[in-house]
Design a protein around this ligand. Structure first.
Ligand code: NAD
Ligand code: UDP
Length: 313
């Protein structure tokens, strides 16, 4: 039976890919977004679909809707954007979670929370399993995002224990692909845009910090598998690609793949920037039969093509 599904943050990077996939499966999708970092352009091609509905709404305020499932994706994810108005970022994570959990409770919907590898902070354990409690600075410039997401996880588990709500919590590791905001200064989109424009590639610090990059199609298939998994499996579950690269390696790879003449410059490392990040995904493999399939080079190729086209318009 087809479901009626709410996707908050549905006009954002991951949310818009998710709306597309859920519609392909024949579901009715209600996309809610305040367009802070997302854009109507990301979902414009879905507007003619009779199963798609777009609502401008800020999840910091209550919302009354009848749905079967909620994917709570709304929250700026780029450090530049979530630090722009840190108090609003916490409100989106915490009040947004309370409002969406309240909605799910009222209509007995199943609800999934897009949490993050940032709950591990600057991890002292490497690679990171879900059992690791993290190393987060509660008062730093990244805390509005990290602690907001940690509190949202707490709320999800308390609604599950106290009200028997059907919850699903995923911890997303760095994800990239087409429809990333070209101005959000996350590392993959920023380096590609800089390389295509022939501008300096801005490596922060020495570039020896690591990240693991997952292509968006892989991630979205994991998100949907998690929502459809058995009710007893609530997570948290890591979703990411365990391939680990230094930021300098990424910069060189992007220069090579774009054939750019850009030079690498070294800028100051922002405070609390995690030194390393790589998911252990054994739980996702076992419970969801999921693992990423798209190699970094292949994903970068598609992402470069997307930005190349975008910058030519
Ligand atoms: P994004 O910034 O492209 O998308 C977020 C969307 O949420 C945007 O469309 C934005 O306008 C919307 N939004 C923000 N605040 C809102 C509010 N108060 N009310 C309604 N809409 C609001 O980011 P993304 O990369 O697509 O991330 C989606 C989710 O996944 C976020 O919750 C993020 O924390 C999580 N996540 C992403 C990554 C990643 O690497 N992309 C990693 C970890 C976690
Ligand atoms: N980074 C960089 N240059 C940039 C943007 C980011 O060197 O132009 C680094 C950043 O310091 C971090 C990593 O790339 O170590 C990933 O940054 P991003 O903002 O994409 O996400 P994060 O994983 O830090 O949330």
């Amino acid at each position: 039976m087809n479901k009626k599904i709410l996707v908050t943050g549905g006009a954002g990077f991951i949310g818009s890919h998710l709306c597309e996939e859920l519609l392909k499966d024949g579901n009715e999708v209600v996309c809610v977004d305040n367009y802070f970092t997302g854009s109507k352009k990301n979902v414009f091609h879905l507007m003619d679909n009779k199963n798609f509905e777009l609502i401008r709404h800020d999840i910091v305020y209550t919302l009354l809707l009848e749905v079967d499932e909620v994917y709570n994706m709304a929250c700026p994810a780029s450090p530049v954007h979530y630090q722009f108005n840190p108090i609003k970022t916490i409100k989106t994570s915490v009040l947004g979670a309370i409002n969406m959990l309240g909605l799910a409770k009222r209509v007995k919907a199943k609800i999934l929370q897009a949490s993050t590898s940032e709950v591990y902070g600057d991890p002292a354990i490497h690679p990171q399993p879900e059992s690791y409690w993290g190393n987060v600075n509660p008062i730093g410039i990244r805390s509005c995002y990290d602690e907001g997401k940690r509190c949202a996880e707490t709320l999800f588990f308390d609604y599950h224990r106290q009200h028997k709500l059907k919850i699903k919590v995923i911890r997303i590791f760095n994800t990239y692909g087409p429809k990333m905001n070209p101005n959000d200064r996350r590392v993959v989109s920023n380096f590609i845009v800089q390389a295509l424009k022939g501008e300096d590639i801005t490596v922060y610090g020495k570039g020896d910090q690591t990240r693991s990059f997952c292509y968006v199609d892989d991630l979205v298939s994991g998100i949907i598998k998690m929502m459809n998994s058995k009710d007893q499996f609530v997570g948290p579950v890591n979703l990411g690609n365990p391939g680990e690269f230094t930021i300098l390696e990424l910069a060189k790879k992007i220069i090579e793949m774009t054939g750019s003449k850009s030079k690498i410059v070294y800028n100051e490392l922002p405070s609390d920037d995690p030194k390393q990040r790589k998911p252990i995904i054994d739980l996702a493999k076992k419970e969801l039969d999921w693992e990423p399939k798209i190699k970094l080079e292949d994903g970068l190729k598609k992402t470069i093509e997307y930005f190349d086209k975008l910058l030519r318009v």
